[in-house]
Design a protein around this ligand. Structure first.
Ligand code: HMG
Length: 388
C-alpha cells in the first residue's frame, strides 16, 4: 500500500500589491524585485481574513468531495498563531462542519511544520488506511515596513488530503533531516512582524539544504539524477533557483543551466504572484508544478526541500501517480488568481495597519473578503468566524 497526497487545494486573498508599486514608492529599481528576488506581486489579506478563514477556504473543496466523516485527523500548520492555547484548526473544524470524532492539533516550526504534519499524517494513514488525514498549512507573512523583508510578504493556505493509494503523489518513507539552533528568523510572542537576519538566513537555508540532502543520501537509494523535478521552500523564487543550482553543483550534475532551471521553473509560477506563504509555500509550489507542467509527469520522482527558520530542514521524495492530472483544481485556482484586485500603495498601508486588537478590545469587521468564510470581529476576547 502506498501513502501520500490524494488531493490539493489552495487559497490566497483577493488583494495583491504589485512590487513595481512598492519599488516606485521606495525609489528602487523594480528589477531588484522582479529579477533580483524573482517576485512580482504579493498577496495581502483582507481585514476580515486570517489563517483560519484562509484555511477553511482552501479545505472546503476537499471536504465537499470526501464528506465530513472520512477524515480522522485535522493537522493545522502555521506560524501566524492566533492563540497560545487553542488550535486554529478547531475553528476550521466547525466552519467545515466536520465530525466530532475528528481530532485536531496545531503544529509549529516556522515554515517547516506542514512537512512534519504530512509525515505524521502518513504514519496515521498507515495505521488506519480506510481514513484520511487533512493537513492544512496557512500563514500571513509580515515584515516591518521599509525593511529588506517587506517585498517578500504574502499570504496563503493549502489543504492536502493524505490517504492510502493516493491519486496525486506517493510519498517515500526515507527522509533526510537537519536541525540546528540558529537565529536567522523568529517572531517573539509580543511582535506582529518577524525579526530576520536576511542575508544570514539565506546562507543557513543553503547549509541546511546540503546537510539534509547528505542525510537523505545515507538513507535513500535515490540520487540527484533520479529526480525530474524539485520543489523547494519558497520565501522568494530566486532563493529556490540559488538552492537548486547549489544542489546541482554539490552533485556535479551533468546538466546545462537551462536544464537545471527547467527542473524547478514550473514550481515558482504561483509563488511569484502570491509571495511567501511560509508553511504553505512549498506545497503551493507542488500545486504549481502539477497544474502547469506541460509534460505529463506521471511516474516521475520529485525531490522536496522543506525549510523552517530556526532551523529544521527535511529532504524527502515522492512519485507522481498516473492519472494525477484528472484530480487537480487547476481551473478554480486560475480563476481565483485572475480575479484578484490590485491595490494602491495607500490601500496596501491601510490593509497592513488594519487593527489587530491585542488589548482585548471588541471590534466589528465589515465584510470585505470574497472568500467563503470570514472573521466577523472580536467580542470579549473571542474571535468570531462566520460563513460569508
Ligand atoms: P536585500 O538585502 O534588500 O536585497 O534583501 P539585496 O540587495 O541582496 O538584493 C537582492 C538580489 O537582487 C541580489 O541578488 C541583488 O544583486 C539583486 P543576489 O546577489 O542575491 O543574487 N538586485 C538586482 N537584480 C536586478 N536588477 C536590480 C537589482 N538590484 C539588486 N536593479 C533579503 C534580500 C533576502 C535579505 C530580504 O528580502 C529579506 O530579508 N527577506 C526575508 C528573509 C528571507 O526570505 N530569507 C530566506 C531564507 S530563510 C527562509 O526561507 C525562511 C522563511 O520563509 C521564514 C520561516 O521559515 O518561517 C523566511
Amino acid at each position: 500500500m502506498s501513502v501520500g497526497i490524494d488531493e490539493i487545494s489552495f487559497y490566497t486573498s483577493n488583494y495583491y500589491l504589485d512590487l513595481r508599486t512598492l519599488a516606485e514608492v521606495q525609489q528602487t529599481d523594480p528589477d531588484k524585485y522582479y529579477e533580483g528576488i524573482g517576485q512580482e506581486k504579493m498577496g495581502m489579506a483582507a481585514p476580515d481574513e486570517d489563517v483560519v478563514t484562509m484555511a477553511a477556504n482552501a479545505a472546503l473543496p476537499l471536504i465537499e468531495r470526501v464528506g465530513t466523516d472520512a477524515v480522522s485527523t485535522l493537522m493545522f500548520a502555521t506560524e501566524t498563531g492566533i492563540d497560545q492555547s487553542k488550535a486554529a484548526g478547531v475553528y476550521v473544524h466547525r466552519l467545515l462542519g466536520m465530525n466530532n470524532n475528528c481530532r485536531v492539533v496545531e503544529m509549529k516550526q516556522a515554515c517547516y511544520s506542514a512537512t512534519a504534519a504530512i509525515q505524521m499524517a502518513c504514519a496515521l494513514v498507515a495505521r488506519q488506511p480506510e481514513k484520511k488525514v487533512l493537513v492544512i498549512a496557512s500563514d500571513v507573512a509580515r515584515y516591518d515596513l521599509d525593511s529588506p523583508g517587506e517585498a517578500t510578504q504574502g499570504c496563503g493556505a493549502v489543504a492536502m488530503l493524505i490517504s492510502a493509494n493516493p491519486r496525486l503523489l506517493e510519498i517515500d518513507p526515507e527522509v533526510g533531516n537537519h536541525t540546528e539552533d540558529v537565529m536567522d528568523f523568529w517572531r517573539p510572542n509580543y511582535r506582529a512582524t518577524a525579526l530576520v537576519d536576511g542575508k544570514y538566513s539565506t546562507k543557513i537555508y543553503l547549509r541546511a539544504l546540503k546537510k539534509a540532502w547528505e542525510n537523505f543520501r545515507e538513507v535513500s537509494s535515490l540520487a540527484f539524477d533520479d529526480f525530474s523535478h524539485f520543489c523547494y521552500h519558497l520565501p522568494f523564487s530566486r532563493m529556490a533557483q540559488k538552492a537548486h543550482q547549489h544542489l546541482a553543483k554539490l552533485n556535479k550534475a551533468d546538466l546545462t543551466p537551462e536544464q537545471i532551471e527547467g527542473q524547478i521553473e514550473d514550481t515558482l509560477l504561483y509563488n511569484r504572484i502570491i509571495g511567501n506563504s511560509y508553511t504553505a509555500s512549498m506545497y503551493i509550489g507542488l500545486t504549481s508544478l502539477l497544474e502547469n507542467c506541460k509534460q505529463n509527469i506521471a511516474g516521475k520522482k520529485i525531490g522536496f526541500f522543506s525549510y523552517g527558520s530556526g532551523c529544521v530542514a527535511e529532504f524527502f521524495s515522492g512519485t507522481v501517480v498516473a492519472g494525477y492530472e484528472k484530480y487537480l483544481h487547476r481551473s478554480e485556482h486560475k480563476a481565483m488568481l485572475d480575479e484578484r484586485e490590485e491595490v494602491s500603495y495607500e490601500k496596501y498601508l491601510e490593509l497592513y495597519r488594519y487593527p489587530d486588537p491585542r488589548d482585548g478590545s471588541d471590534l466589528t469587521i465589515e465584510k470585505v473578503t470574497t472568500g467563503r468564510f470570514r472573521l466577523a470581529g472580536f467580542n470579549q476576547h473571542k474571535r468570531e468566524y462566520v460563513a460569508s
